[in-house]
Design a protein around this ligand. Structure first.
Ligand code: B12
Ligand code: SF4
Length: 566
């Protein structure tokens, strides 16, 4: 593991859980032994299952890694992936195209077609054909419902079912409640899954495998402790051979690339209150004393790049890191030196605090093709106190001055409908986006994921109950029950967000009418969308300088947050 000296300096109140980076945290190596390598074929088959939203076509690192772990230990694997099945009326990308957040594109030009069959029937066939000894699901909160449908459909087979993923880690009790789930993986799965398969294959007792919650024959639940966090250089390179080749295609602003994700670190040192990342840090700190945020060495990343280019013909890289530039200057220089030998276009997400003039310049030189920045909210005080993002509008202005001077396209991610938010506060976000003037803006509605401090805020304020289930931040509906900002209003603001951000203010009354999904609202929205396409999308994709940037950003009118604090 490489060294990093980045300590977050956010000055807001946290909720008491221990997520702060301490001296020596990142330097400490993992105390886990190396994973077993014994490719001698073993008669033990594992079927991975990836429940997914339709056409969300970026490969998941977790299955790639876990698959590689099992293959190098000699087990046989296969995959059932729901990505290309019609599991919803519209795909998330179709919704984003409709909401003017994504240019139109066609995956079918690349031979990617919707599967005509029923996904549950095909899953049952897959299980009957592959005859797995273990069925292994990876889930996020949003895909848990789909996972349950699949799990229930093969209940009569009695094949053991294990569920892992970030949702399993942060809400294991919700998954363990399901009678057809035999095991839940809490935390990292590399060692846990291999050890489980080894024991099952050898016919040994496995009720004490660390990181697993296991249902015994009598129905009782064994909750084993967690093992230390794995060193990222000990994680095998992902193996995506179980995925269909069409799963590599990913649209980027209307063009399609063969995109491969590469995990460069795991976790995040920051503490946004709506996000899972600090909760993972807290969970690991509490259970093992380890700091969840770790980096992979650049020599290891180099090996992966070489492998994926040779094996998968990678032409675009997604650096799978929650805050890619959360690294020391030395690490950054090493990255640039290493990546200068590749210069494949890449995309990453980072925080504005991690950007400097030198970094932006160097990133541009090595072909950074997009940076996604989570702004989340336009009101500085609200962003600090409620959202937990401690940067100021002044810092934001400085960062965007650098970004605007570069040729790197920027995406700003925004969230609407935070607990306690008002329509007026949503317009602070719109105003700030207008001033930042990036070519690509995204707005999602707030989702109170389990395990986050903000979900607790929502329960305390009476906006949701303990049992409220979430729906995806793009395809479903918001779930907070707030008197001052209804879910219909939030959905209307999400659909018109890009219009409010890009169009002259004289058109705002018309845009407001387009928030409504009645006949007139839909007609106006269709007209405005056509104009939007003409002005912003109907040209070859190239970066355009952001003309409306202004140093007034940090003069955004302040609103007292006392009145909106839940
Ligand atoms: C990269 C990423 C993506 C990628 C890949 C998704 C994926 N499933 O890996 C893409 C862009 C496709 C994506 C899409 C979505 N994402 Co996303 N994504 C991430 C991100 C930034 C990193 C995930 C990652 O690669 N981590 C590294 C891997 C190695 O860790 P891991 O997934 O946790 O896996 C380890 C363990 O959990 C465990 N494990 C995992 N699965 C299994 C299975 C078994 C059987 C076992 C034993 C163990 C095990 O072992 C793994 C190795 O140690 C996370 C943030 C985060 N902190 O997790 C958000 C995150 C997972 N995403 C999130 C969301 C909401 C989504 C979408 C719903 C968004 C959308 N509307 O499209 C979709 C859902 C797609 C899907 N089917 O998963 C949320 C989930 C919130 C929640 N509580 O459920 C997160 C946490 C971000 C957040 N808001 O805080 N995402
Ligand atoms: S929102 Fe981003 S910066 Fe904030 S804690 Fe989550 S991953 Fe880190």
């Amino acid at each position: 593991m490489t060294t990093i000296k980045l300590i977050p300096k956010d000055g807001f109140t946290w909720d008491g859980r221990d997520t702060t980076m301490r001296e020596g945290d990142v330097e400490r190596s993992s105390s886990l032994p190396p994973l077993p390598v014994d490719p001698t074929p073993k008669d033990f088959r594992v079927l991975f299952v990836y429940p997914n939203y339709m056409f969300v076509n970026l490969l998941p690192t977790n299955i790639g890694i876990l698959n590689a772990c099992l293959l190098q230990a000699g087990f046989k694997t296969d995959l059932f992936d729901t990505t290309f099945y019609r599991t919803a009326a519209r795909s998330l990308d179709e919704i984003r195209v409709e909401n003017l957040q994504l240019r139109k594109f066609s995956l079918s030009d690349f031979g990617v077609h919707e599967k005509p069959n029923d996904y549950v029937a095909d899953f049952k066939k897959k299980v009957a054909g592959f005859k797995p000894h273990l069925i292994a699901f990876t889930v996020v909160e949003d895909t848990w419902r789909q996972a349950q449908t699949l799990i229930e459909s093969v209940r009569e087979t009695d094949i053991p079912v294990i569920v892992g993923g970030v949702f399993a880690t942060l809400a294991p009790e919700v998954i363990a409640r399901h009678v057809d789930v035999d095991m839940v993986c809490v935390g990292e799965g590399e060692w846990a899954l291999v050890e489980l398969c080894q024991r099952m294959h050898a016919g040994k007792e496995y009720a004490d495998v660390r990181n697993l919650w296991i249902r015994r024959g009598d129905g009782s639940l064994v909750k084993n402790t967690m093992r230390p966090a794995i060193g990222l250089d000990d994680v095998p390179h992902a193996d995506w051979d179980v995925f269909e080749k069409e799963r590599f295609f990913r649209p980027m602003q209307g063009k399609i690339f063969r995109m491969v994700p590469i995990e460069t670190d795991r976790g995040c040192p920051y503490k946004c209150r709506f996000c899972e990342a600090p909760s993972l840090v807290a969970a690991y700190r509490e259970a093992t004393g380890d700091y969840y945020f770790r980096r992979k060495s650049w020599s290891r990343v180099r090996q992966e790049l070489e492998l994926y280019i040779a094996k998968y013909n990678a032409e675009y890289i997604y650096f799978n890191a929650e805050t890619f530039l959360a690294m020391s200057e030395k690490d950054f220089d090493e990255f640039i030196a290493m990546y200068s030998d590749f210069k494949l276009p890449f995309w990453c997400q980072t925080r504005i605090e991690t950007l400097t003039e030198k970094r932006v310049q160097k990133m541009q030189e090595v072909n950074c093709n997009r940076i996604s920045i989570g702004l989340e909210h336009g009101n500085e005080e609200f962003r600090k106190k409620i959202v937990g993002k401690g940067f100021s509008n002044r810092q934001l202005a400085a960062a965007f001055e650098l970004l605007n001077a570069s040729s790197i396209p920027i995406t700003i991610n925004n969230i609407l409908g935070f607990p306690g938010e008002t329509r007026e506060l949503v317009f602070d976000t719109i105003e700030l986006n207008r001033r930042l003037g990036t070519d690509s803006v995204n707005a999602y509605y707030f989702t109170p994921y389990r395990g986050t401090p903000m979900r607790d805020d929502c329960i305390t304020a009476g906006y949701i109950t303990e049992d409220t289930e979430t729906a995806t931040p793009t395809g479903g509906s918001p779930v907070l029950n707030m008197p001052q900002l209804t879910n219909t209003e939030i959905l209307g603001l999400v659909r018109t967000f890009s219009l409010y951000v890009k169009f002259p203010k004289e058109e705002w009354p018309l845009i407001q009418r387009a928030e409504k999904t009645d006949e007139e609202g839909n007609r106006i929205f269709a007209d405005l969308s056509a104009k939007y396409y003409e002005r912003f999308f109907d040209h070859d994709f190239k970066y355009t300088k952001k003309a409306c940037f202004s140093s007034e950003i940090y003069n955004t009118p302040k609103r007292p947050t006392e009145t909106v604090t839940p």
